[in-house]
Design a protein around this ligand. Structure first.
Ligand code: AMP
Length: 316
């Protein structure tokens, strides 16, 4: 029997069927959603029974085998509600260089009436990752949990444009915001990312991670800026879910270590970037489902070599 995890991570977010138009072909009904990618990624780190707990919603068309795939990675899926109707669906099309994507269609389906209900057993989770859902629902989740040690959240342009008041309330209540550069610029109204970060941190989150895709990610906290590169890959198949895998890796590491210190956060960023890099190597969550801890350890070692400058940077 697996022993219980000491610092469980609660993840709330979308669970989806994705239709992906890639330069390499069309893929239909691919298992997706932010909570799926984040929890698969976190499950490689925050292990033990109940190490990762997911709250989301699926329709009656969602095969139990998909939840079984999460469970087989140790993810607790008790908090996944099954509603009558169809599962959330997203259809995206990528450019030939995979650098940009267009949303062709979003069908909210059962996700339209989603109101996260946090099971009693999850309410004391010390680490919480609020995936990209309506900021009012992100706040609702925080109303249901007991003083977590670290709350991280994601959001997107849709909420920045349409729900500024709810978003402002959410920002006041979280510790760490993980967004991409475009979102940081939109949220702050500033192009310069250092200025944008200072502005966003004044609104609530003391820690901010700005993801820049293949150009790495920047952390802004009380200790000054920190940078982690993206791992240089020869083959990129599908960027879908990379951001969610990144956030899952970040929080999975912190939950596994039971820490939220500036030093811990800097180390966690390498795990975030490593899991983001695995995600893009396969279509949908295929690669994340195939890797194990030895693969993760090997990529972390490769990361350490990537940034190892030899320890001497004195001006000659
Ligand atoms: P990412 O590539 O990290 O932005 O995440 C892509 C995943 O987000 C896909 O698997 C989609 O199912 C999911 N997704 C797309 N649009 C939304 C949305 N409006 N709300 C929640 N999840 C979404």
């Amino acid at each position: 029997m697996t022993s219980p995890a000491s610092h469980p991570l609660l993840i709330v977010g979308s669970i989806a069927f994705d239709d992906l138009d890639m330069p390499s072909g069309q893929f239909r009904d691919v298992l997706g959603g932010a909570a799926t990618y984040s929890s698969l990624s976190a499950s490689l780190l925050a292990r033990g029974a109940g190490g990762v707990r997911v709250v989301g919603i699926v329709g009656d068309d969602f095969p139990d085998e998909h939840l079984g795939e999460l469970r087989s990675r140790g993810v607790d899926t008790e908090g996944v509600e099954r509603a009558r109707g169809r599962t959330f669906r997203w259809h995206g099309r990528y450019s030939s260089d995979l650098a940009s994507r267009t949303t062709i269609d979003t069908q909210l389906n059962v996700f339209a009436d989603f109101s996260p209900k946090i099971p009693a057993a999850y309410r004391s989770s010390p680490f919480v990752l609020l995936g990209n859902i309506h900021p009012r629902l992100q706040v609702d989740v925080l109303e249901q949990v007991q003083r977590p040690r670290l709350v991280a959240a994601d959001t997107m342009n849709f909420w920045i444009e349409r729900e500024p008041a709810s978003l402002a309330e959410m920002l006041r209540r979280i510790d760490l915001l993980v967004i991409n550069d475009e979102e940081a610029r939109q949220l702050s109204g500033m192009h310069n990312l250092v200025k944008a970060a200072a502005d966003i941190r004044k609104r609530g989150p003391k820690m901010l991670v700005i993801k820049r895709g293949e150009f790495g990610a920047l952390l802004f906290d009380g200790e000054g800026p920190f940078f982690v590169p993206a791992y240089p890959l020869e083959e990129v198949h599908d960027p879908t879910g990379a951001g969610d895998s990144f956030a899952g890796g970040l929080m999975g590491y912190l939950a596994a270590r039971g820490e939220a210190s500036p030093h811990g956060l800097r180390k966690a960023l390498f795990f975030a970037a490593a899991l983001g890099s695995f995600c893009v190597e396969g279509v949908g969550p295929k690669r994340l489902l195939a890797i194990g801890r030895a693969d993760l350890a090997a990529r972390i070692a490769a990361f350490a070599r990537l940034v190892d400058y030899g320890g001497d940077l004195a001006v000659p």
